[in-house]
Design a protein around this ligand. Sequence first.
Ligand SMILES: CC(C)(COP(=O)(O)OP(=O)(O)OC[C@H]1O[C@@H](n2cnc3c(N)ncnc32)[C@H](O)[C@@H]1OP(=O)(O)O)[C@@H](O)C(=O)NCCC(=O)NCCS
Length: 170
Amino acid sequence: MKGTVQPQVLPLAITDTMAVSRLANTIWRHHYSGIISERQIDYMLQQRYRPELIRVQLPSTDIWWRKLLLNDEIIGFSCYVRTAQPAVFKIDKLYIHCDHHRKGYGALMIADAIALMREHHFRSLILTVNKRNHTAIAAYRYYGFEVVGDSKVDIGGGFFMDDYLMRLVR
Ligand SMILES: CC(C)(COP(=O)(O)OP(=O)(O)OC[C@H]1O[C@@H](n2cnc3c(N)ncnc32)[C@H](O)[C@@H]1OP(=O)(O)O)[C@@H](O)C(=O)NCCC(=O)NCCS
């Protein structure tokens, strides 16, 4: 839109890891309470979003961390990964602060994932999403993903991820 500042999707830098870790805490506590337990939220934040953990993943050629930047502020992030199947690219994380939902920014990040997928010659795009995360499922369907299976994963600590597996079909 004319005159409107559009956010940019850019690679995450080492100096962004603290900000993304903090943003993940904010988004997860807001979004997942009511979907998974507070204990599971604490466990998964520790397991996936410690700044030092993100930092060691940045140089990897199997993991792509991205940030959504609006007016110099990180308002969202995503992370894509290579999978055990050589042709399959996976959106492992996709999170936007709730103040910025429903503005088409999720679509922008999906377009970024598709561009990277093509650049690296993957042929299909998948993701997993909690079965109770109805708003994200609605967004993924809108982007052209369909449920193609279930994904129940033991993540340790007595916790499970009870997800749908979705694949981009158009
Ligand atoms: C899921 C998420 C990335 C979507 O991003 P977004 O920028 O809010 O969504 P978009 O503006 O691109 O929405 C595109 C379309 O998806 C659908 N959609 C998006 N959010 C929706 C919601 N809360 N309820 C119903 N439909 C929704 C709508 O059809 C929407 O089009 P519309 O706004 O014109 O009706 C974002 O809401 C988010 O970060 N959610 C919290 C974290 C999360 O659950 N991440 C996924 C983990 S697997």
